[in-house]
Design a protein. Structure first.
Length: 172
């Protein structure tokens, strides 16, 4: 589990050693390769009307910190490195002009961030995105939750990239 490095405070007279220089190398390596993830779903799900549903993600484009499992709790990205993350989610629903569609980012199953809402469209698909910064401690998890009220189950769109969920570590 990577930890964001803490810069050394040098003192007068301190001798430069290889171990101390490696701390600088390790900090640069962390900043050049921070935790980042992009999760995908290869099919569609059909949330029931007026019911919150967590988006499952059965694929990964990248998961540098191993925070996602495509089988167990596959709706979750679990932070392995504490810090602020920029999270982004995107989902589309198939054509249906009744009601509205909503999407929000959840942290630990309860805290809602950056909700998105749009009326249903009778032609084409209804696409939504949401993005924002959240703090995740080690073992906190983030998810994408959707809701729709078309009057029946409504499929998410699996074309044009399908549902996505991503994020990257930005600071301590």
């Amino acid at each position: 589990m990577p930890t964001a490095p803490t810069p050394r405070t040098w003192v007068v007279g301190e001798v430069v050693t290889a171990a101390k220089m490696n701390e600088i190398r390790d900090a640069f390596n962390f900043l050049l390769n921070p935790p980042i993830f992009e999760l995908t779903h290869s099919g569609s799900i059909s949330p029931a009307t007026s019911t919150n549903a967590l988006m499952p993600f059965n694929g990964e484009t990248i998961d540098r910190d191993n925070g996602h499992n495509t089988v167990t709790n596959n709706s979750r990205y679990t932070s392995q490195t504490a810090g602020y993350y920029m999270l982004t989610g995107g989902v589309g629903f198939t054509s249906n002009g009744t009601g509205k569609r909503e999407m929000t980012l959840l942290v630990n199953g309860v805290d809602e961030y950056y909700p998105s809402s749009i009326p249903g469209l009778a032609a084409g698909f209804t696409g939504m995105t949401s993005a924002g910064r959240v703090y995740l401690a080690v073992n906190d998890y983030a998810e994408v939750q959707v809701w729709q009220n078309s009057g029946g189950a409504l499929a998410t769109n699996s074309t044009k990239g399908g549902p996505r969920f991503g994020g990257h570590w930005i600071s301590k």
